[in-house]
Write a protein that binds this ligand. Structure first.
Ligand SMILES: Cc1cc2nc3c(=O)[nH]c(=O)nc-3n(C[C@H](O)[C@H](O)[C@H](O)COP(=O)(O)OP(=O)(O)OC[C@H]3O[C@@H](n4cnc5c(N)ncnc54)[C@H](O)[C@@H]3O)c2cc1C
Length: 493
């Protein structure tokens, strides 16, 4: 998603406008917060130590600070993800998890490194002592929980667990890791024995408790106090359903922008642990919400059987797959499979506002029977300057559209008559399609910041050019942490 699409409104369905930090502020605040314990450690005198010990302590302090931030980056807080986009924040969360793990793994190893370099056997014994002495037990438990958490996340798709179970285990392991880490710092840390750092860790503990209370207490309350109701479920295509939901009498309407998404829970399971993200396939000009849902697993497979009147929990809106902040003379909407959901939201909104700009829609699906909303798309041509390209990977006897994928030639044909540099593109579909289409549009002359995409799977797809650019920026933040550590060791020694 584009960083220029910077005005996404995030929050629960109250329509409130929480403040949102720009990416540059986050890039400064993150290292400042993670390095704050090092700064505080330097303000007070502790018994002299050698360079390895300072490095070991520094790694522990940075790792523990950064671990607390992980609760915030995964918590869909508007102040953090509002401007940058939740998918980018999640990408950062994943990368930062590795920094935390590496720092905290190196923490005990750096303590024993000088001994180990002189006498490997003695170094090994010292390490075993660290890992088994009761004094360090909470730290070892924290490290074990963190390791399981990261490994469990990497292997998530291969584990035979329901997504909800993995998510609950992720939260529990994270709490064990931060609780154990903070206890270890206060109980065994040399620098953390000083009043300044002790205060910092207490404040950090309080902040983690508040974050958890908001995520699972406040949001749970809102899901129950501001319910929505299912009005109807309609079958659109093979394993594809459209839900029409409306706010219950005392629930305020959702103040959203076309293309955004919500987290949905249903029935008595209106608890944040059970929520699933779905794009809003609707225009804010219409009251209520339409969602287009594809059967993918346990939750979505039962969506077609939900009875009208079922209470629905809505948390949102989130996301910046929107047109508002994008300046463009023409609009390209590119949808693959159920990626049609936010594209229909955008198209319905363009129709409602009778947008005069040239619009090109490319809609790709695996089979002709997978297409949804085709009559409505056809009807939109009467209200908009709209050209449509339909592509099925496999043909069929009645299929009149194209066969195959959205390749370079087809994308360049879509751009015919338009100025790529003055167009905007919004892509939503399977990970590989998003990556290929995004890179090709940039090859065809579209500016990177005008090519926006939404992936329905936070782990999905190979890296696009935009993903790689973003990773390089994230790595710069990691390098700032490493530099901070080097300065700490230099000044402390
Ligand atoms: C921003 C966003 C918007 C989305 N919009 C739509 C949409 O409009 N229509 C649609 O059909 N699908 C959409 N999805 C995908 C949808 O959320 C998943 O297909 C659904 O949650 C699968 O749940 P399940 O229990 O049926 O399947 P499972 O088998 O449990 O999950 C299948 C995969 O979906 C993902 N997933 C499952 N549960 C969650 C969760 N709670 N949070 C995040 N990811 C999860 C995981 O990667 C998992 O591997 C969207 C996803 C995202 C991230």
């Amino acid at each position: 998603m584009s960083e220029s699409a910077a005005d996404s409104r995030i929050g629960v369905s109250s329509g409130g406008e929480p403040p949102q930090l720009p990416a540059a502020a986050l890039a400064v605040l993150y290292p400042l917060f993670c390095l704050a314990p090092l700064g505080l450690a330097l303000t007070q005198r502790v018994a002299p130590a050698n360079t390895w010990e300072y490095a070991a302590a520094g790694l522990g302090l940075i790792g523990l600070g950064a671990m607390a931030v992980q609760f915030v980056t995964s918590g869909r807080f508007g102040v953090v993800s509002g401007q940058l986009g939740i998918d980018k924040i999640m990408a950062f969360h994943k990368m930062a998890a590795w920094w935390v793990l590496v720092a905290l793994m190196l923490h005990p190893l750096a303590y024993v490194a000088p001994t180990w370099l002189e006498n490997p056997e003695l170094g090994g014994e010292r390490l075993m002592a660290y890992l088994t002495l009761p004094r360090y037990r909470s730290g070892v438990i924290a490290l074990a929980a963190l390791t399981l958490l990261v490994v469990g996340s990497v292997l998530r798709d291969r584990l035979p667990w329901r997504y909800e179970f993995w998510r609950a285990s992720h939260v529990i392991l994270a709490l064990v890791a931060i609780g154990g880490g903070l206890h270890h710092a206060v109980a065994a840390g040399r620098f953390s024995a000083t009043s300044a750092l002790r205060g910092f860790w207490w404040a950090e503990s309080g902040a983690v408790i508040v974050v958890i209370a908001v995520l699972y207490g406040w949001r749970w309350l809102i899901l129950h106090r501001r319910p929505w109701r299912l009005k109807s479920v309609t079958k659109l295509a093979d394993r594809l359903w459209e839900l029409d939901i409306a706010p219950a009498p005392r629930t305020p309407p959702l103040n959203y922008r076309a293309g955004q998404f919500v987290w949905l829970t249903e029935g008595t399971r209106r608890f944040p642990l059970f929520d699933h993200p779905f794009s809003i396939a609707d225009s804010p000009t219409r009251p209520g919400l339409s969602l287009i849902v594809k059967e993918a697993g346990d939750f979505t497979r039962q969506i077609g059987r939900l009875a009208p009147g079922t209470p629905i929990g809505i948390d949102g809106p989130y996301g910046d797959f929107t047109l508002e902040e994008l300046v463009g003379e023409s609009i390209l909407l590119l949808a693959g499979g159920v990626g049609i959901a936010p594209s229909m939201g955008l198209l319905r909104d363009l129709v409602a506002r009778a947008d005069p700009r040239p619009i090109r829609l490319a809609y790709a699906a695996g089979l002709p029977e997978n297409f949804a909303c085709l009559p409505e798309i056809e009807a939109a041509k009467a209200r908009l300057d709209l050209q449509v390209m339909l592509l099925s990977e496999e043909g069929g006897s009645d299929w009149e559209g194209l066969i195959g994928r959205l390749d370079h030639n087809r994308l360049s044909r879509m751009l015919e008559g338009l100025d790529p540099a003055r167009s905007v593109a919004l892509i939503c579909g399977p990970g590989p399609m998003v990556t290929a289409v995004s890179d090709t549009l940039i090859d065809l002359g579209m500016p990177m910041q005008k090519v926006i995409y939404e992936r329905f799977d936070y782990s999905g797809g190979g890296a696009s050019r935009q993903d790689r650019t973003r990773r390089r920026r994230f790595s710069g933040i990691g390098a700032a942490l490493a530099l901070g550590l080097a300065l700490f060791v230099t000044f402390a020694s």
